[in-house]
Design a protein around this ligand. Sequence first.
Ligand SMILES: Nc1ncnc2c1ncn2[C@@H]1O[C@H](COP(=O)(O)OP(=O)(O)OP(=O)(O)O)[C@@H](O)[C@H]1O
Length: 445
Amino acid sequence: MGKSKKRKSVVEKAVEPESYPDNDKDVFDSIQTYLRRKLCQNARTTEIHGLEKERRDLFELIKRTATAGESNSVLVLGARGSGKSMLIRSVLTELTADKDIEQNLLQVHLNGLLQTDDKVALREITRQLKLENSVGDKVFGSFAETLQFLLDALKSGSQSSKPILFVLEEFDLFAFHRNQTLLYNLFDISQSAQTPICVLGVTCRLDVIELLEKRVKSRFSHRQLHLFTSLPFEEYQQLFASVLSLGKDFPVQSMASDWNKSVQALSKDASVVDVLKRLYEVTRDVRSLQQLMVYPVGLLCEDHPRLQAADFQESMKMLSTDSKAAMLHGVSILELCLIISMKHLCDIYDGEPFNFEMVYKEYQKFAQRRSSMQVFEKPVVLKAFEHLIALELVRPMEQSHGSRVQKEYRLMSLLIHPSQVLTALQKYPNCPTEITQWASCATAV
Ligand SMILES: Nc1ncnc2c1ncn2[C@@H]1O[C@H](COP(=O)(O)OP(=O)(O)OP(=O)(O)O)[C@@H](O)[C@H]1O
């Protein structure tokens, strides 16, 4: 059997609970596929940690719209990766498990990154409500008229209208649409008794209310749900274990309990706890925790059947790599000398901007004192300097468009910290000792 064919069958096995992988390799493949789905596809089975109150409030609010025809508007606010979309997905999954609600509640999902103006948004609303045929070639006078037509078209013969849930992801971006027409109309409808709608805005901008025009703000209910990621470390540790555990939907349950025990033990391993603590101190968001797990999960195979503490240490090292310092490993010796010259200029002038002439002078002073160093001509040095600008290690203080200053005299600033230069030098392959010494001396030569 071809490799791709075999992999396909493994993926299918992981999804279908009835089929069982028949050898060790297949089992590890299906564990890996299962965990990857959990990490990368926001699987619906992910257990929610914390946020019980917020979940209950949101559940009740949408349920009231779905069952009692009550109109509502609410904003869900929280930092990136704090679980806003997950919370809404989980509430909707639970609500739509009820057949009556599933048939009664219509859903429209918009995203500020996709629907960049109100016309596009209206077209998307029409598509999601499956009303393209009703609209046909009709021409409407205003946005409000079109929206009203859409809502009326949903009314059944008895004139009772189905409740509609509008989820507006990246809500703040809708506030930049011309006249905030979509927001105005949605909030206006949610205030009047025409059609039961629930407007759910999702955003990470805490100041979003300030972006709303007065007439829009006055129509909004001012209900807000704030999601703060304040998991205590013990819960964070449990979350780590629960994400890596195999759930009840994993096909080889006999394997699952054994695997889950090993994951529990791993989550208490001293070096894993150390990695988790380091990450927890930097950020508590779950998305970063999931990123930490991607590399170890990717390593799983027949020869590497279990997750190991060293994999997580390696993954942490990769996540915390200083990309600017790493970039310095690839520059030439001349470019490195220029970076060191700039570091000295920053030290001498207390971080003030400099120009190419100053850097060149500093470089010359050093190169001429060292007989072993090759001294390059000014045009060559200028070329190297321009390469550093292209790598974004150095940045002009102002844009060159319209600036009449000669390029040798343009003011520049160094985009890496002196300490990053020193760290990068330690790892630079075959770096001449005199350059290392020059970099670490307190002032320029
Ligand atoms: N409290 C939590 N418990 C379990 N998983 C969580 C929790 N919070 C976040 N996650 C996980 O973190 C990931 C990111 O969550 P989600 O996409 O919902 O964040 P978001 O707030 O919508 O982010 P963004 O603002 O970027 O859209 C998801 O995989 C989710 O399962």
